[in-house]
Design a protein around this ligand. Sequence first.
Ligand code: C5P
Length: 240
Amino acid sequence: MTGSHDPDLAREKLIVALDYWNIEDARKLVRDLGDEVSFYKVGLGLQLVGGNEFARELIAEGKRVFLDYKYYDIEETVQRAVAQAAELKIAFLTVHGVASIMKAAVAGRGNSDMKILGVTVLTSMDAEDIKEMGFECGVEDLVVARARRALEVGVDGVVASALEAAELRKQTNNKLMIVSPGIRPSGGARHDQKRVATPFEAMRAGADYLVLGRPIYAAENPKAAAQAIIQEMADALRPD
Ligand code: C5P
């Protein structure tokens, strides 16, 4: 599908991962992308070099921030840490997909608009890893079980591959928001991502937000790369 039309809705659904290890590089990318991108993911790479202050700076500039620190701790600690993130006006926050932790996170965000995302099973983990954690089921069964539990305890969404989006939607009656990494524009490099979808495929599969890092920050012209991705997302959102 081609053609140009208003890509504003698609633009809001693109999250650019700031996978840098110093703030200066991250700040430069945000500057280069300008108004094209309004939503950024800040993760562990920036945490110890001023990530929280940088998140504050982005929010003050009118950007939305997805804080991806994947909280995993006792309930009291998770609840208070999540409450602090809510005060910072973080838009999305990840916690581990264990019911007690997710419940504490939901309590911690209180009445704020911050969305809590449960990490079901890290995509780097396989059957051996979850066996070591004490589970006797398959990886996909655990993903679905945790997604259902997330919904029960009031979590807003999960981080999941776009390739699982349709099935997860079905299993949770379309009630969980799906945020998908592992997106590669058609014809682009796959890097270390094994199970990838194009922006068009991911939107059509039912992902609500797409997270892209290298296809944008490692591009020769990040702004042009972001524009092309947004256009592809907008094409998918247009009814046939
Ligand atoms: O560079 P790339 O587009 O592969 O980056 C994807 C982002 O999504 C990275 O920040 C990565 O840590 C994150 N992520 C992922 N797979 C998951 C969860 C998060 O690639 N299952």
